[in-house]
Design a protein around this ligand. Structure first.
Ligand SMILES: [Mg+2]
Length: 396
């Protein structure tokens, strides 16, 4: 089998990659909805792929993997890798999980990072109300992620939250030492969230990046009695093109609250310090940024050898990304916690794909499906209407 073309279109906000072959099989991959600008970056790799056998996934990836980087510049390579697995699975008549080593579990747990409601304010009572809504969500999530500190509107809504100058522009641009008032406010909001969730729904918190080490330690220690799932991206994260594993290690060594990072990191090599130094307790790579499914699986295995847990990021990965997450997470070792459940946006995404169960999530779990490849396919005639002008030939 040979690759004949690499295509990319933006459906809604998500870049969608299509790998076509000389045997009529197509594979699809998807990048985050926050990256509608990636089309030309995806197409840059076409020159290296045409003529290659897509079922030798690793051999093909060795041609392009070097030319990617931390978020957002690892997403194109990652989406292509997803599409290659989709082709390989369809060609073999097997679900991708079989090609990645077989499933370890029949159901994969997801956590809520995407079912969101507008918040009236950033006070403890607002956080409590927000958690009540998420708790009532029909997916029956057993783990919910909230946002505090520099990853939330607390920074701008709470007067004198920190000592730095408030910055706008790119998301989560603020960083600095918190005021005592700001720190106490953040802790009070977490206590309010936890009082709603009780001890049957786990609470995780996306916090930064932007925390200074002393504040990060104070926060993590103050929250110890609440038995949180994890504190995410306190020091680095999101779009920061570096890791600072030693800084994380200092926080992690100082507290029993699990510390988490990893969503922006590209390739296994850049997880090495975090894992070998036990610099965090939980890793959260995104298959649509780390370099793909095999890369994520490798990091999960290596993390397990060192006693780290894994909870992949995924909130913006769309429904093809969801399918990819289900496939790879089914194969992870028992250090797997849950992945972040992506939603299809706009809602018409649910009408243009076949293969997803309905409902997708029951009691916080997704049943692993057995359709070949990633297990989802476009209903082409329905999907066509959402193609942009000039891209009508994407499915041809
Ligand atoms: Mg995050």
């Amino acid at each position: 089998m040979k690759i004949t073309d690499l295509k990319c279109t933006i459906l809604g906000q998500n870049p969608v990659v299509r790998v076509t072959t000389d045997e009529g099989i197509s594979g699809y991959g998807e990048a985050e909805s926050s990256k509608p600008y990636l089309k030309s970056h995806v197409l840059f790799y076409k020159q290296y792929l045409v003529g290659e056998d897509p079922t030798n996934v690793e051999r093909v990836m060795m041609k392009i993997r070097r030319m990617g980087s931390f978020k957002p510049w690892g997403a194109s390579v990652s989406a292509i890798e997803m599409a290659l697995w989709d082709v390989a699975g369809k060609a073999a008549g097997l679900p991708v999980y079989k090609l990645l080593g077989g499933k370890v579990r029949d159901q994969v747990r997801v956590y809520n990072g995407g079912v969101r409601f507008p918040m009236a304010g950033s006070n403890p009572e607002d956080y409590a109300t927000d958690m009540e809504k998420m708790k009532a969500s029909p997916e029956g999530f057993t783990i919910i992620k909230g946002t505090i500190g520099f990853h939330s509107q607390m920074v701008s809504r709470v007067p004198d939250f920190f000592y730095g100058e408030l910055r706008g522009g790119a998301p989560h641009a603020n960083r600095g030492l918190l005021t005592e008032h700001g720190l106490k406010h953040a802790i009070a909001c977490v206590e309010a969230m936890k009082s709603v969730l009780g001890d049957t729904i786990g609470l995780a918190l996306d916090c930064g990046p932007g925390w200074m080490i002393p504040d990060a330690i104070r926060l993590a220690r103050a929250l110890e009695p609440l038995n949180l799932m994890w504190l995410e991206d306190l020091i680095t994260g999101d779009y920061m093109p570096y890791v600072l594993a030693d800084n994380y290690r200092e926080v992690t060594r100082a507290t029993s609250t699990p510390i988490h990072t990893g969503e922006q990191i590209y390739l296994r090599q850049n997880f090495r310090d975090l894992i070998e130094k036990n610099a965090v307790n939980v890793l959260g790579p995104d298959p649509a940024d780390i370099g793909g499914l095999a890369e994520l699986k490798w990091v999960a295995e290596y993390a397990d050898l060192h006693g780290l847990l894994i909870a992949p990021h995924g909130v913006f990965d769309g429904l093809i990304g969801l399918a990819a997450l289900v496939q790879v997470c089914a194969t992870m070792p028992t250090n797997y916690i849950a992945f972040e459940y992506p939603l299809g946006k706009p809602a018409w995404w649910y009408d243009i794909l076949e293969g997803l169960p309905d409902p997708i999530v029951k009691n916080g779990l997704i049943e692993v499906w057995d359709r070949p490849g990633l297990g989802v396919d476009f209903k082409v005639e329905k999907a066509r209407q959402y193609l942009s002008a000039g891209e009508e030939d994407f499915f041809d």
